[in-house]
Design a protein around this ligand. Structure first.
Ligand SMILES: *Cc1c(COP(=O)(O)O)cnc(C)c1O
Length: 347
């Protein structure tokens, strides 16, 4: 196995991790600092995290019949899900390529992981998914909606068929929900095996490690058994409550990023030799003439993007690039354009 690699980013324009480029405004940061200063850090967190769960349920309109489970980032929720199902002996199934932690966490927990290849245009292969579900009888199926690292939301009718036919849990990972504006949250009441998972990481709070999922109470009760008792720190909890009380600020920032996405896609697609895949997330998957050389050329120009060419054969020569501020988007376009022309004069 290989672990999850995080590239050093000091002094670089950081477009590799789908972070929100905007900080909280200074007045809110000052208020947050004084709230954090008042917390009793000598005490363990209150074990039920009721205040945070309540505000998540309210802000995100979670159906009253569902229960919220919190993780230290959705990465920890993925690990908890893996541990919860590994003992069943049934595998975990997900499209491939998708979020790499589904496979890494599953295998670390001792489960078998089965990836079902996307189609060559990087969309869900519905019949291959349904065939894998019938053959493998997975305890758990993941679908990232939109998918990382490809960017699209897969077809809702196909997803519905997967949820209906899966013998176990189906997790819709909506990490990019604020950029897609589409969700399965309201359909939780319709499908008892559905789990909707999200994170606050991509909307500006990646540093505070909070993920949440909503599920039927019976499922949530099982997941609570594998949750480490104090998995969210009092500082993280309070910062998340504070930020969600100012959700309008985070929503405006997400809207700025979303508003620049199409222009950035068009700008990249206009450069020679680039193919840009359709995205409903805050990143673009781009096929370039030579991913290793273009990645190095961008780095030489102080821009860090994610080279995903080795992640999966379907991603050959692909880079994943965060959509950022107008300034950083322009820097990327400039660096890309220079890199491509220097490669073509070398050739
Ligand atoms: C970024 C990402 C996550 C991880 O989010 P954290 O809450 O920061 O752990 C989960 N799923 C997908 C699809 C992601 O892209």
């Amino acid at each position: 196995m290989s672990g999850y690699h995080v590239a050093p980013a000091d002094g670089l324009v950081k477009l590799d991790a789908m972070e929100n480029p905007y900080q909280l405004p200074q007045n809110l940061r000052t208020q947050l600092a004084s709230q954090l200063a008042a917390l009793p850090v000598n005490r363990y967190p209150a074990p039920d995290y009721g205040e945070l769960k309540d505000i998540i349920a309210r802000v995100y309109d979670i159906p009253a019949t569902a229960r919220v489970v919190l993780g230290n980032g959705s990465d920890e929720l993925i690990l908890m899900l893996s541990m919860a199902v590994a003992g069943s002996g049934q595998p975990i199934v997900a499209p491939a390529p998708s979020f790499v932690m589904y496979g890494i966490s599953g295998q670390l927990a001792g489960a078998r992981f089965v990836g079902v290849n996307l189609t060559p245009d990087l969309m869900l292969d519905g019949s291959a998914m349904l065939a894998a579900i019938a053959a493998e009888q997975p305890a758990l199926v993941y679908i990232a909606y939109p998918n990382n690292p490809t960017g699209a939301c897969f077809d809702d009718e196909v997803i519905e068929r997967i949820i209906t036919r899966a013998p176990g849990l189906v997790v819709l990972d909506e990490a990019y929900f604020p950029f897609a504006g589409k969700t399965w949250m309201q359909r939780l009441t319709q499908f008892p095996n559905l789990i909707v998972m999200r994170t606050v990481s991509k909307i500006g709070l990646a540093g505070i490690r909070i993920g949440y999922l909503a599920a039927d109470p019976a499922i949530a009760a099982q997941l609570e058994k594998v949750r480490p008792p104090y998995n969210i720190s009092v500082l993280d909890e309070a910062a998340a409550v504070f930020a969600l009380n100012h959700i309008d600020v985070l929503d405006e920032q997400a809207a700025l990023v979303r508003g620049g996405r199409q222009a950035q896609a068009d700008g990249l697609a206009a450069l020679p030799g680039l193919t840009v895949f359709p995205s409903m997330a805050n990143f673009l998957l781009v096929r370039v003439p030579d991913a290793d050389k273009v990645h190095a050329g961008l780095l030489k120009r102080r821009v860090l993007v994610r080279n995903v060419t080795k992640m999966h054969p379907l991603l050959s020569n692909c880079l994943r690039i965060t959509v950022s501020t107008p300034q950083e988007n322009a820097l990327l376009l400039q660096a890309m354009s220079e890199t491509l022309s220097s490669l073509s004069t070398q050739a």
